[in-house]
Design a protein around this ligand. Structure first.
Ligand code: ZN
Ligand code: MN
Length: 473
């Protein structure tokens, strides 16, 4: 059956210092409710909004990176609706003269690259945050925190071109990476990206699922909707156009209301803000655009002779790519890449740890120190993994961990000496060996392993012991 999905993604420009139309600080996460507010973001009568210049710059940066066509003049409008998350009774948003039209994001799907086209990108203010004791459908009352009210948002609207829940998730992941590269967005902060997903199946009514706050949630909500709608259709029911809410805890969607029509919002130009001529920003912002993930990927392949696979993974997080480049200054880049991509990243994923958290626990200098020991043969591959795990879980210095866990390998002349000692002290085993009991050599290996507390390489030791035995016979 034909599945058609379009997304409306609300992205908080949360790396900015202040809100969109007032100077209240944006660092409200984890703060007491209703402490980061002023008459403007509380929507008190007579309060006047003033546009945050940096927010406009950030928005233009995003529009450029998403290949969108920036409107020469953009304007703000009032989107009227009555709900306590915006006490003034409207949201300052953009309607017919938004920041930008069109644009696209290239994603990787199982069947190759796909261009997800965008309809529009506009700027708007974030509403306050409502909380419910229990769930939205059963709570007796709502609590409201206006700290978030007035935070700068971008609404990025895709064309209905996504064909599966998985594609939707891939799109969001890719978008997140682009926004992080632009340094306008921190995806780890709560509420940084919220998604409304529209889905219709086999030409049925379009169902909108509101305010999903995680990528996994988007995938789950869409998968649930596909099953729900298919079941209804099988029973001959018509899919009505409606708005639903995703119940994250139970992974189901529930009906909220029949969908409001655009005219219900009575859009009209915001009289308290002047139109913005974007051209004065664009050139300036263009010059300041950072290297984008697809550009970085190509450069890493060229500059460090990395495989496409390794480079692809490294650029998933600009922090990981930077980390790699610091390590690659000191040691063989291909060795560095495989330890970072295959081992470090695996250990981080296993712990559900972000790369920046991992970096705090094992910085690039420490990885260089550790890999230098490895490349000099002072520590085994297994030893390196053990140090990485210990650093991530308990901290400590690389040197200390290697010492305390006895991970330094024994120098070869010390192994040789111990092999000879094993032979001298165990004439019976030597005799058995000479009599044809080749497994007697294992006893001698055991001796060396015991003396080195298991740090000798058993295969190498066995080879050495046989060599000496042959030599002296
Ligand atoms: Zn304010
Ligand atoms: Mn919106």
């Amino acid at each position: 059956m034909d599945v058609v999905i379009g997304l409306e993604v609300h992205v908080q420009l949360n790396r900015l210092k202040t809100k969109l139309f007032c100077s209240c600080p944006l660092d409200y996460h984890g703060r007491e409710p209703n402490t980061h507010v002023c008459p403007v973001c509380l929507g008190l009568p007579g309060a006047m909004p003033v546009i945050n210049r940096e927010a406009v710059r950030s928005a233009i940066k995003v529009a450029l990176a998403l290949n969108a066509e920036i409107n020469p003049v953009m304007r703000f409008d009032r989107k009227n609706y009555f709900y306590p998350d915006l006490p003034k009774g409207f949201q300052i948003s953009q309607y017919d003269m938004p920041l930008a039209w069109g644009g696209y994001v290239t994603i990787e799907t199982e069947s190759g690259e796909k261009r997800v086209t965008l309809k529009r990108i506009h700027m708007e203010e974030d509403p306050g945050k409502l909380s419910y004791k229990g769930s939205i459908t059963t709570a007796k009352y709502s609590l409201i925190d206006y700290n978030r009210s007035g935070a700068p948002l971008l609404e990025i609207v895709t064309e209905p071109v996504l064909r599966s829940p998985k594609e939707a998730r891939t799109f969001l992941n890719t978008l997140r990476i682009i926004l992080e590269y632009l340094d306008v967005f921190d995806g780890d902060l709560e509420g940084a990206m919220r998604v409304d997903a529209n889905i219709s199946i086999a030409g049925g009514g379009r169902v909108e699922i509101k305010n999903i706050s995680s990528f996994k949630g988007v995938e789950r909500a869409l998968a649930y909707e596909i099953t729900r709608q298919k079941n209804l259709m099988r029973r001959g029911r018509k899919i009505e156009r409606e708005t639903r809410h995703f119940d994250e805890a139970n992974s189901i969607t529930v009906s909220l209301r029949s969908k409001e029509e655009e005219q219900d919002y009575r859009y009209f130009p915001e009289p308290d803000l002047v139109p913005i001529y974007t051209s004065e920003f664009v050139d300036d912002v263009k010059d300041a655009l950072p290297e984008m993930p697809w550009e970085k990927r190509e450069r890493l392949i060229k500059q460090y002779s990395l495989s496409l696979e390794k480079a692809k993974i490294l650029v998933l997080d600009p922090k990981m790519a930077d980390y790699f480049e610091r390590v690659a200054k000191e040691i063989d880049p291909r060795v560095a890449a495989s330890w970072i991509v295959d081992v470090l990243r695996g250990e981080l994923n296993y712990r559900d740890m972000s790369f920046s958290e991992g970096e705090r626990r094992l910085n690039s200098d420490e990885l260089v120190e550790l890999l230098t020991y490895f490349l000099k043969g002072r520590i085994t591959e297994k030893g390196v993994v053990e140090v990485i795990r210990t650093k991530l879980d308990h901290g400590g210095s690389v040197e200390e961990i290697i010492q305390s866990k006895g991970l330094f390998s024994i120098p070869q002349d010390e192994i040789d000496r111990l092999c000879r000692e094993a032979i001298e002290k165990n004439p019976k085993a030597v005799e058995d060996y000479r009599a044809g009991k080749k497994q007697a050599a294992n006893f001698l290996v055991g001796y060396v392993m015991k003396m080195t507390e298991g740090r000798a390489d058993p295969g190498e030791t066995a080879r050495k012991i046989r060599e000496i035995l042959e030599e002296i016979s």
